[in-house]
Design a binder for this molecule. Structure first.
Ligand code: NDP
Length: 450
Protein backbone atom coordinates (compact mmCIF):
# COMPACT_ATOMS: atom_id res chain seq x y z
CA UNK A 1 0.00 0.00 0.00
CA UNK A 2 1.26 3.46 -0.92
CA UNK A 3 1.70 5.88 1.96
CA UNK A 4 0.51 8.72 -0.31
CA UNK A 5 -3.06 9.76 -1.08
CA UNK A 6 -2.29 9.51 -4.80
CA UNK A 7 0.35 7.87 -6.96
CA UNK A 8 0.15 10.85 -9.32
CA UNK A 9 -1.26 14.32 -8.77
CA UNK A 10 -1.63 16.71 -11.67
CA UNK A 11 -1.91 20.48 -11.18
CA UNK A 12 -3.82 21.94 -14.13
CA UNK A 13 -6.47 20.21 -16.25
CA UNK A 14 -5.49 21.52 -19.66
CA UNK A 15 -4.44 19.44 -22.66
CA UNK A 16 -1.17 18.15 -21.17
CA UNK A 17 -2.50 17.57 -17.66
CA UNK A 18 -5.67 15.77 -18.70
CA UNK A 19 -3.77 13.46 -21.06
CA UNK A 20 -1.18 12.62 -18.40
CA UNK A 21 -3.86 11.98 -15.77
CA UNK A 22 -5.94 9.76 -18.04
CA UNK A 23 -3.02 7.68 -19.26
CA UNK A 24 -1.53 7.29 -15.78
CA UNK A 25 -4.92 6.08 -14.51
CA UNK A 26 -5.23 3.67 -17.44
CA UNK A 27 -1.90 2.17 -16.35
CA UNK A 28 -3.41 1.54 -12.90
CA UNK A 29 -2.18 4.58 -10.98
CA UNK A 30 -4.36 6.32 -8.40
CA UNK A 31 -4.66 9.80 -9.89
CA UNK A 32 -5.95 13.19 -8.74
CA UNK A 33 -6.09 16.40 -10.71
CA UNK A 34 -6.71 19.98 -9.59
CA UNK A 35 -8.14 22.74 -11.75
CA UNK A 36 -8.90 26.24 -10.49
CA UNK A 37 -10.98 27.35 -13.46
CA UNK A 38 -12.44 25.01 -16.07
CA UNK A 39 -11.40 21.53 -17.21
CA UNK A 40 -9.95 21.71 -20.72
CA UNK A 41 -7.48 24.55 -20.19
CA UNK A 42 -6.47 27.18 -22.70
CA UNK A 43 -6.98 25.08 -25.83
CA UNK A 44 -10.56 24.05 -25.14
CA UNK A 45 -11.85 26.93 -23.04
CA UNK A 46 -10.23 30.11 -24.42
CA UNK A 47 -7.82 29.16 -27.17
CA UNK A 48 -7.56 26.82 -30.17
CA UNK A 49 -11.12 25.49 -30.15
CA UNK A 50 -13.24 28.62 -29.66
CA UNK A 51 -10.80 30.59 -31.86
CA UNK A 52 -11.16 28.07 -34.69
CA UNK A 53 -14.94 28.30 -34.40
CA UNK A 54 -14.68 32.09 -34.76
CA UNK A 55 -12.44 31.56 -37.80
CA UNK A 56 -15.15 29.39 -39.35
CA UNK A 57 -17.74 32.03 -38.50
CA UNK A 58 -15.60 34.74 -40.06
CA UNK A 59 -15.11 32.76 -43.28
CA UNK A 60 -18.80 33.02 -44.09
CA UNK A 61 -18.27 36.71 -44.77
CA UNK A 62 -16.01 35.83 -47.72
CA UNK A 63 -18.16 32.89 -48.80
CA UNK A 64 -21.24 35.10 -48.92
CA UNK A 65 -19.36 37.53 -51.17
CA UNK A 66 -17.88 34.80 -53.35
CA UNK A 67 -21.08 32.83 -53.78
CA UNK A 68 -22.56 35.44 -56.12
CA UNK A 69 -20.36 34.35 -59.06
CA UNK A 70 -21.44 30.78 -58.30
CA UNK A 71 -25.04 31.74 -58.92
CA UNK A 72 -26.27 32.30 -55.38
CA UNK A 73 -28.28 35.29 -54.36
CA UNK A 74 -28.59 35.42 -50.60
CA UNK A 75 -31.05 38.01 -49.43
CA UNK A 76 -31.04 39.68 -46.03
CA UNK A 77 -27.47 38.79 -45.08
CA UNK A 78 -26.78 39.86 -41.52
CA UNK A 79 -24.30 38.86 -38.88
CA UNK A 80 -25.21 38.50 -35.21
CA UNK A 81 -22.11 38.46 -33.01
CA UNK A 82 -24.01 37.54 -29.86
CA UNK A 83 -25.46 34.48 -31.59
CA UNK A 84 -22.03 33.23 -32.70
CA UNK A 85 -20.44 34.05 -29.34
CA UNK A 86 -23.13 32.12 -27.48
CA UNK A 87 -23.02 29.12 -29.84
CA UNK A 88 -19.27 28.94 -29.33
CA UNK A 89 -19.72 29.18 -25.56
CA UNK A 90 -22.22 26.29 -25.65
CA UNK A 91 -19.81 24.16 -27.65
CA UNK A 92 -17.06 24.91 -25.14
CA UNK A 93 -19.42 23.85 -22.31
CA UNK A 94 -20.13 20.60 -24.14
CA UNK A 95 -16.43 19.88 -24.62
CA UNK A 96 -15.65 20.66 -21.00
CA UNK A 97 -18.30 18.12 -20.06
CA UNK A 98 -16.66 15.51 -22.28
CA UNK A 99 -13.26 16.20 -20.72
CA UNK A 100 -14.76 15.76 -17.26
CA UNK A 101 -16.46 12.53 -18.36
CA UNK A 102 -13.16 11.20 -19.68
CA UNK A 103 -11.46 11.87 -16.37
CA UNK A 104 -14.35 10.36 -14.42
CA UNK A 105 -14.52 7.28 -16.66
CA UNK A 106 -10.84 6.71 -15.96
CA UNK A 107 -11.32 7.06 -12.17
CA UNK A 108 -9.35 10.28 -11.96
CA UNK A 109 -10.49 12.39 -8.99
CA UNK A 110 -11.07 16.01 -10.01
CA UNK A 111 -10.52 18.71 -7.36
CA UNK A 112 -12.10 21.97 -8.50
CA UNK A 113 -9.56 24.01 -6.58
CA UNK A 114 -6.41 25.99 -7.03
CA UNK A 115 -3.46 23.82 -6.01
CA UNK A 116 -0.04 24.91 -4.81
CA UNK A 117 3.06 22.99 -3.89
CA UNK A 118 3.26 22.88 -0.10
CA UNK A 119 6.63 21.14 0.19
CA UNK A 120 7.86 17.57 -0.13
CA UNK A 121 5.11 15.44 -1.64
CA UNK A 122 2.27 17.64 -0.40
CA UNK A 123 -0.09 19.78 -2.44
CA UNK A 124 -2.30 22.38 -0.72
CA UNK A 125 -5.78 22.91 -2.17
CA UNK A 126 -7.76 26.13 -2.02
CA UNK A 127 -10.67 24.37 -0.24
CA UNK A 128 -8.40 24.18 2.82
CA UNK A 129 -7.46 20.52 2.44
CA UNK A 130 -4.21 19.05 1.23
CA UNK A 131 -3.19 15.83 -0.50
CA UNK A 132 0.03 13.90 -0.90
CA UNK A 133 1.31 12.18 -4.02
CA UNK A 134 4.28 10.06 -4.96
CA UNK A 135 4.70 12.01 -8.20
CA UNK A 136 3.43 15.49 -9.03
CA UNK A 137 2.96 16.94 -12.50
CA UNK A 138 2.78 20.70 -13.04
CA UNK A 139 0.70 21.46 -16.14
CA UNK A 140 -0.59 24.93 -15.38
CA UNK A 141 -0.01 26.50 -18.80
CA UNK A 142 0.68 30.11 -19.62
CA UNK A 143 -1.20 33.39 -19.64
CA UNK A 144 -1.17 36.40 -21.96
CA UNK A 145 1.66 38.81 -21.30
CA UNK A 146 0.67 42.47 -21.24
CA UNK A 147 3.60 44.89 -21.11
CA UNK A 148 3.58 47.48 -18.34
CA UNK A 149 2.21 50.51 -20.21
CA UNK A 150 0.16 53.29 -18.64
CA UNK A 151 -3.55 52.51 -18.94
CA UNK A 152 -3.09 49.05 -20.45
CA UNK A 153 -4.01 46.98 -17.44
CA UNK A 154 -7.36 48.83 -17.11
CA UNK A 155 -8.32 49.28 -20.74
CA UNK A 156 -6.69 46.63 -22.94
CA UNK A 157 -8.15 43.17 -23.51
CA UNK A 158 -6.40 39.85 -24.19
CA UNK A 159 -7.50 36.93 -26.34
CA UNK A 160 -9.41 35.36 -23.39
CA UNK A 161 -11.73 38.37 -23.34
CA UNK A 162 -12.65 38.25 -27.02
CA UNK A 163 -14.97 35.29 -26.44
CA UNK A 164 -17.00 37.36 -23.97
CA UNK A 165 -17.29 40.69 -25.82
CA UNK A 166 -20.76 42.25 -25.58
CA UNK A 167 -20.35 43.80 -29.02
CA UNK A 168 -17.79 43.89 -31.78
CA UNK A 169 -15.56 46.97 -31.76
CA UNK A 170 -15.89 49.20 -34.82
CA UNK A 171 -12.15 49.92 -34.64
CA UNK A 172 -9.61 47.67 -32.96
CA UNK A 173 -5.84 47.95 -32.52
CA UNK A 174 -4.00 44.68 -31.99
CA UNK A 175 -0.59 44.77 -30.33
CA UNK A 176 1.84 42.08 -31.55
CA UNK A 177 2.58 40.41 -34.85
CA UNK A 178 2.43 36.74 -33.88
CA UNK A 179 -0.13 33.94 -34.04
CA UNK A 180 -2.88 35.55 -32.02
CA UNK A 181 -2.52 39.01 -33.58
CA UNK A 182 -2.82 37.69 -37.13
CA UNK A 183 -5.58 35.22 -36.36
CA UNK A 184 -7.75 37.78 -34.58
CA UNK A 185 -6.95 40.45 -37.17
CA UNK A 186 -8.54 38.16 -39.76
CA UNK A 187 -11.52 37.37 -37.56
CA UNK A 188 -12.32 40.98 -36.62
CA UNK A 189 -11.76 42.18 -40.17
CA UNK A 190 -14.20 39.64 -41.59
CA UNK A 191 -16.78 40.71 -39.01
CA UNK A 192 -16.44 44.30 -40.22
CA UNK A 193 -14.11 45.90 -37.65
CA UNK A 194 -11.39 48.28 -38.81
CA UNK A 195 -8.21 46.47 -37.72
CA UNK A 196 -4.76 47.94 -37.12
CA UNK A 197 -1.88 45.64 -36.16
CA UNK A 198 0.82 47.43 -34.16
CA UNK A 199 4.11 45.57 -34.11
CA UNK A 200 7.23 46.57 -32.19
CA UNK A 201 9.58 45.26 -34.90
CA UNK A 202 9.44 45.35 -38.70
CA UNK A 203 8.12 41.86 -39.31
CA UNK A 204 5.20 39.59 -38.46
CA UNK A 205 5.23 35.91 -37.53
CA UNK A 206 8.92 35.63 -36.76
CA UNK A 207 10.01 32.03 -37.33
CA UNK A 208 7.78 31.45 -40.35
CA UNK A 209 9.16 31.42 -43.90
CA UNK A 210 9.71 34.95 -45.11
CA UNK A 211 7.77 34.58 -48.36
CA UNK A 212 4.72 33.21 -46.51
CA UNK A 213 4.79 36.13 -44.09
CA UNK A 214 5.13 38.63 -46.92
CA UNK A 215 2.24 37.05 -48.77
CA UNK A 216 -0.01 37.17 -45.71
CA UNK A 217 0.89 40.79 -45.13
CA UNK A 218 0.22 41.69 -48.75
CA UNK A 219 -3.18 39.92 -48.75
CA UNK A 220 -4.12 41.41 -45.38
CA UNK A 221 -3.20 44.94 -46.52
CA UNK A 222 -5.16 44.51 -49.73
CA UNK A 223 -8.18 43.53 -47.66
CA UNK A 224 -7.83 46.68 -45.60
CA UNK A 225 -6.00 45.57 -42.45
CA UNK A 226 -3.50 48.28 -41.42
CA UNK A 227 0.00 47.53 -40.14
CA UNK A 228 2.13 49.88 -38.04
CA UNK A 229 5.69 48.64 -37.69
CA UNK A 230 8.44 49.69 -35.29
CA UNK A 231 5.70 51.22 -33.21
CA UNK A 232 5.09 51.23 -29.48
CA UNK A 233 2.31 52.19 -27.09
CA UNK A 234 3.10 54.98 -24.66
CA UNK A 235 -0.27 55.52 -23.01
CA UNK A 236 -3.86 54.25 -23.22
CA UNK A 237 -6.66 56.56 -22.10
CA UNK A 238 -10.40 56.02 -22.02
CA UNK A 239 -12.39 58.93 -23.40
CA UNK A 240 -15.85 60.12 -22.41
CA UNK A 241 -17.54 58.33 -25.30
CA UNK A 242 -15.96 55.03 -24.21
CA UNK A 243 -13.39 54.95 -27.02
CA UNK A 244 -9.65 54.67 -26.35
CA UNK A 245 -7.01 57.22 -27.20
CA UNK A 246 -3.68 55.51 -27.88
CA UNK A 247 -0.58 57.64 -27.52
CA UNK A 248 2.01 56.10 -29.80
CA UNK A 249 5.70 56.18 -30.46
CA UNK A 250 6.70 55.35 -34.05
CA UNK A 251 3.31 56.06 -35.62
CA UNK A 252 0.47 58.53 -35.25
CA UNK A 253 -1.79 58.39 -32.20
CA UNK A 254 -4.98 56.40 -32.69
CA UNK A 255 -8.60 56.39 -31.58
CA UNK A 256 -10.05 52.90 -31.27
CA UNK A 257 -12.92 51.12 -29.56
CA UNK A 258 -10.79 48.21 -28.34
CA UNK A 259 -7.13 47.38 -27.85
CA UNK A 260 -6.14 43.71 -27.88
CA UNK A 261 -2.74 42.68 -26.55
CA UNK A 262 -1.27 39.58 -28.21
CA UNK A 263 2.35 39.91 -27.24
CA UNK A 264 3.20 36.38 -26.19
CA UNK A 265 2.30 34.15 -23.26
CA UNK A 266 4.15 33.75 -19.99
CA UNK A 267 4.40 30.56 -17.88
CA UNK A 268 1.86 30.57 -15.05
CA UNK A 269 4.23 30.10 -12.13
CA UNK A 270 3.11 32.85 -9.73
CA UNK A 271 2.18 31.59 -6.28
CA UNK A 272 2.67 27.97 -7.26
CA UNK A 273 5.17 27.31 -4.45
CA UNK A 274 8.10 26.45 -6.72
CA UNK A 275 10.45 28.21 -4.30
CA UNK A 276 9.37 25.94 -1.41
CA UNK A 277 10.89 22.99 -3.27
CA UNK A 278 13.69 24.86 -4.99
CA UNK A 279 12.29 24.08 -8.45
CA UNK A 280 14.44 25.84 -11.02
CA UNK A 281 13.03 28.19 -13.61
CA UNK A 282 14.71 29.71 -16.65
CA UNK A 283 13.99 32.43 -19.16
CA UNK A 284 10.59 34.11 -18.82
CA UNK A 285 9.95 31.99 -15.70
CA UNK A 286 9.61 28.70 -17.59
CA UNK A 287 10.08 25.61 -15.40
CA UNK A 288 13.29 23.88 -16.40
CA UNK A 289 12.91 20.19 -17.25
CA UNK A 290 15.01 17.43 -18.78
CA UNK A 291 14.06 15.33 -21.82
CA UNK A 292 11.70 13.29 -19.59
CA UNK A 293 9.93 16.50 -18.47
CA UNK A 294 11.44 16.01 -14.99
CA UNK A 295 12.31 19.13 -12.96
CA UNK A 296 15.43 19.34 -10.81
CA UNK A 297 13.30 17.81 -8.00
CA UNK A 298 13.13 14.09 -8.71
CA UNK A 299 9.44 13.42 -8.11
CA UNK A 300 8.14 16.58 -9.78
CA UNK A 301 7.49 16.87 -13.50
CA UNK A 302 6.23 19.69 -15.71
CA UNK A 303 4.72 19.67 -19.21
CA UNK A 304 3.17 22.08 -21.68
CA UNK A 305 3.31 25.86 -21.88
CA UNK A 306 4.64 26.24 -18.33
CA UNK A 307 7.91 24.75 -19.61
CA UNK A 308 7.90 27.05 -22.70
CA UNK A 309 9.39 24.46 -25.06
CA UNK A 310 6.96 24.60 -27.99
CA UNK A 311 3.71 26.30 -26.91
CA UNK A 312 1.37 24.04 -28.87
CA UNK A 313 -1.42 21.77 -27.62
CA UNK A 314 -0.34 18.59 -29.43
CA UNK A 315 3.15 19.01 -27.99
CA UNK A 316 1.81 19.33 -24.42
CA UNK A 317 -0.33 16.23 -25.01
CA UNK A 318 2.69 14.23 -26.14
CA UNK A 319 4.74 15.42 -23.18
CA UNK A 320 1.99 14.50 -20.70
CA UNK A 321 1.44 11.11 -22.33
CA UNK A 322 5.15 10.29 -22.20
CA UNK A 323 5.42 11.21 -18.50
CA UNK A 324 2.52 8.88 -17.66
CA UNK A 325 3.90 6.02 -19.78
CA UNK A 326 7.35 6.36 -18.24
CA UNK A 327 6.20 6.57 -14.63
CA UNK A 328 3.45 3.97 -14.66
CA UNK A 329 4.14 1.65 -17.57
CA UNK A 330 7.91 1.29 -17.34
CA UNK A 331 8.48 2.89 -20.75
CA UNK A 332 11.41 5.09 -21.75
CA UNK A 333 9.78 7.73 -23.93
CA UNK A 334 10.91 11.21 -24.82
CA UNK A 335 9.22 13.68 -27.15
CA UNK A 336 10.73 14.41 -30.54
CA UNK A 337 10.60 18.14 -31.21
CA UNK A 338 11.87 17.87 -34.79
CA UNK A 339 9.46 18.60 -37.60
CA UNK A 340 6.51 19.72 -35.52
CA UNK A 341 3.95 21.09 -37.98
CA UNK A 342 2.25 24.36 -37.12
CA UNK A 343 -0.38 26.66 -38.58
CA UNK A 344 -1.59 30.21 -38.26
CA UNK A 345 -5.34 30.36 -38.78
CA UNK A 346 -5.18 33.73 -40.48
CA UNK A 347 -7.24 34.63 -43.58
CA UNK A 348 -5.86 32.83 -45.56
CA UNK A 349 -4.06 30.42 -43.23
CA UNK A 350 -0.36 29.59 -43.20
CA UNK A 351 0.98 26.10 -42.47
CA UNK A 352 4.52 24.98 -42.06
CA UNK A 353 6.71 22.01 -41.22
CA UNK A 354 10.47 21.67 -41.00
CA UNK A 355 13.05 24.27 -41.91
CA UNK A 356 12.29 27.60 -43.53
CA UNK A 357 14.34 28.50 -46.59
CA UNK A 358 16.71 30.71 -44.57
CA UNK A 359 17.07 28.13 -41.77
CA UNK A 360 17.92 25.46 -44.32
CA UNK A 361 20.43 27.76 -46.00
CA UNK A 362 22.16 28.33 -42.66
CA UNK A 363 22.07 24.73 -41.48
CA UNK A 364 22.93 23.06 -44.77
CA UNK A 365 25.65 25.46 -45.77
CA UNK A 366 23.71 26.86 -48.69
CA UNK A 367 23.32 23.56 -50.55
CA UNK A 368 19.56 23.59 -50.81
CA UNK A 369 17.02 23.59 -53.61
CA UNK A 370 13.80 25.53 -53.37
CA UNK A 371 10.65 24.82 -55.39
CA UNK A 372 7.67 27.15 -55.35
CA UNK A 373 4.20 27.22 -56.77
CA UNK A 374 2.41 30.55 -56.87
CA UNK A 375 -1.17 30.02 -57.99
CA UNK A 376 -4.75 31.20 -57.64
CA UNK A 377 -7.07 28.55 -56.22
CA UNK A 378 -9.74 27.55 -58.73
CA UNK A 379 -12.50 28.69 -56.40
CA UNK A 380 -10.90 32.13 -56.05
CA UNK A 381 -10.62 32.49 -59.82
CA UNK A 382 -14.32 31.94 -60.43
CA UNK A 383 -15.25 34.03 -57.42
CA UNK A 384 -13.16 36.90 -58.77
CA UNK A 385 -11.10 36.93 -55.56
CA UNK A 386 -7.63 38.12 -56.44
CA UNK A 387 -5.84 36.16 -53.73
CA UNK A 388 -2.91 33.93 -54.63
CA UNK A 389 -1.66 30.91 -52.74
CA UNK A 390 2.03 30.13 -52.34
CA UNK A 391 3.53 26.71 -51.68
CA UNK A 392 7.22 26.08 -51.12
CA UNK A 393 9.29 22.92 -50.80
CA UNK A 394 12.85 23.18 -49.46
CA UNK A 395 15.20 20.27 -50.08
CA UNK A 396 18.73 19.30 -49.16
CA UNK A 397 20.45 19.55 -52.57
CA UNK A 398 22.93 16.79 -51.69
CA UNK A 399 20.41 14.14 -50.65
CA UNK A 400 17.17 15.35 -52.33
CA UNK A 401 15.49 15.01 -48.93
CA UNK A 402 12.59 17.39 -48.28
CA UNK A 403 13.53 19.41 -45.20
CA UNK A 404 10.68 21.90 -45.15
CA UNK A 405 7.25 22.65 -46.61
CA UNK A 406 5.50 26.00 -46.29
CA UNK A 407 2.10 26.99 -47.56
CA UNK A 408 -0.28 29.89 -47.50
CA UNK A 409 -3.69 29.44 -49.04
CA UNK A 410 -7.16 28.01 -48.42
CA UNK A 411 -7.09 24.87 -46.26
CA UNK A 412 -3.29 24.96 -45.96
CA UNK A 413 -3.33 23.48 -42.40
CA UNK A 414 -5.58 20.58 -43.51
CA UNK A 415 -3.19 19.79 -46.36
CA UNK A 416 -0.09 20.21 -44.22
CA UNK A 417 -0.95 17.51 -41.72
CA UNK A 418 -0.57 14.83 -44.42
CA UNK A 419 2.47 16.48 -46.00
CA UNK A 420 4.15 16.61 -42.58
CA UNK A 421 4.11 12.81 -42.48
CA UNK A 422 6.29 12.76 -45.58
CA UNK A 423 8.74 15.31 -44.20
CA UNK A 424 8.94 13.53 -40.84
CA UNK A 425 9.53 10.23 -42.63
CA UNK A 426 12.48 11.78 -44.47
CA UNK A 427 11.03 11.37 -47.95
CA UNK A 428 12.81 12.82 -50.96
CA UNK A 429 11.59 15.27 -53.54
CA UNK A 430 11.66 12.35 -56.00
CA UNK A 431 9.03 10.60 -53.85
CA UNK A 432 6.77 13.62 -54.23
CA UNK A 433 7.45 13.68 -58.00
CA UNK A 434 6.63 9.97 -58.26
CA UNK A 435 3.25 10.46 -56.65
CA UNK A 436 0.42 10.97 -59.13
CA UNK A 437 -1.49 14.21 -58.64
CA UNK A 438 -5.00 14.17 -57.24
CA UNK A 439 -6.83 16.43 -59.63
CA UNK A 440 -8.32 19.00 -59.36
CA UNK A 441 -7.12 20.01 -55.91
CA UNK A 442 -4.86 22.68 -54.47
CA UNK A 443 -2.70 20.07 -52.76
CA UNK A 444 -1.71 18.53 -56.10
CA UNK A 445 0.71 21.45 -56.40
CA UNK A 446 2.84 19.60 -53.84
CA UNK A 447 3.63 16.84 -56.34
CA UNK A 448 3.78 19.04 -59.44
CA UNK A 449 6.57 21.45 -58.51
CA UNK A 450 9.61 21.03 -60.75
P1 NDP B 1 3.73 35.08 -30.41
O1 NDP B 1 4.94 34.65 -29.68
O2 NDP B 1 3.27 34.33 -31.58
O3 NDP B 1 3.94 36.59 -30.88
C1 NDP B 1 4.22 37.60 -29.97
C2 NDP B 1 4.27 38.91 -30.73
O4 NDP B 1 4.32 39.97 -29.81
C3 NDP B 1 5.50 39.02 -31.60
O5 NDP B 1 5.13 39.68 -32.79
C4 NDP B 1 6.45 39.85 -30.76
O6 NDP B 1 7.29 40.65 -31.54
C5 NDP B 1 5.50 40.74 -30.00
N1 NDP B 1 5.98 41.07 -28.65
C6 NDP B 1 6.54 40.25 -27.76
N2 NDP B 1 6.81 40.89 -26.61
C7 NDP B 1 6.42 42.18 -26.80
C8 NDP B 1 6.46 43.34 -25.99
N3 NDP B 1 6.96 43.31 -24.77
N4 NDP B 1 5.97 44.49 -26.51
C9 NDP B 1 5.46 44.53 -27.76
N5 NDP B 1 5.42 43.45 -28.58
C10 NDP B 1 5.88 42.29 -28.09
O7 NDP B 1 2.62 35.22 -29.27
P2 NDP B 1 1.02 35.17 -29.30
O8 NDP B 1 0.61 35.96 -28.10
O9 NDP B 1 0.49 35.55 -30.61
O10 NDP B 1 0.71 33.64 -29.04
C11 NDP B 1 1.27 32.98 -27.90
C12 NDP B 1 1.61 31.57 -28.21
O11 NDP B 1 0.41 30.80 -28.27
C13 NDP B 1 2.28 31.36 -29.55
O12 NDP B 1 3.67 31.46 -29.45
C14 NDP B 1 1.85 30.00 -29.96
O13 NDP B 1 2.77 29.07 -29.51
C15 NDP B 1 0.52 29.80 -29.25
N6 NDP B 1 -0.58 29.93 -30.22
C16 NDP B 1 -0.66 29.04 -31.23
C17 NDP B 1 -1.67 29.13 -32.16
C18 NDP B 1 -1.73 28.15 -33.28
O14 NDP B 1 -1.10 27.10 -33.17
N7 NDP B 1 -2.43 28.44 -34.36
C19 NDP B 1 -2.69 30.17 -32.08
C20 NDP B 1 -2.50 31.07 -31.00
C21 NDP B 1 -1.48 30.94 -30.10
P3 NDP B 1 8.70 40.17 -32.11
O15 NDP B 1 8.42 39.39 -33.37
O16 NDP B 1 9.42 41.44 -32.36
O17 NDP B 1 9.32 39.32 -31.06
Amino acid sequence: MSSYDYDFFVIGAGSGGVRAARIAASHGAKVGIAEEYRVGGTCVIRGCVPKKLLVYGAHFAEDLEDCVRFGWDVEGKAFDWAKLRDSVAHEVDRLEGLYRDTLGNNDVTVHDCRATLAGGHEVALSDGTSVTAKYILIAVGARPHVPDIEGCAEHAIVSNDVFKLDALPKRIAIAGGGYIANEFAGIFHQFGSKVTIVQRSDTILRGYDEQMRDRLMQISMTKGIDFKFNSHFKKVEKQEDGSLHLTMDGCEDMEVDALLFATGRLPNIEGLGLDKLGIETGERGAIKVDEYSRTNVDHIYAVGDVTDRIQLTPVAIREGHAVADNLFDGQDRTVDYECVPSAVFSHPPIASVGMTESEARNKLGGSIKVYTSDFRAMKNVLAGRNERSLYKIVTDANTDRVVGIHMIGPEAPEIMQAAAVAVKAGLKKADFDNTVALHPTMSEELVLMR
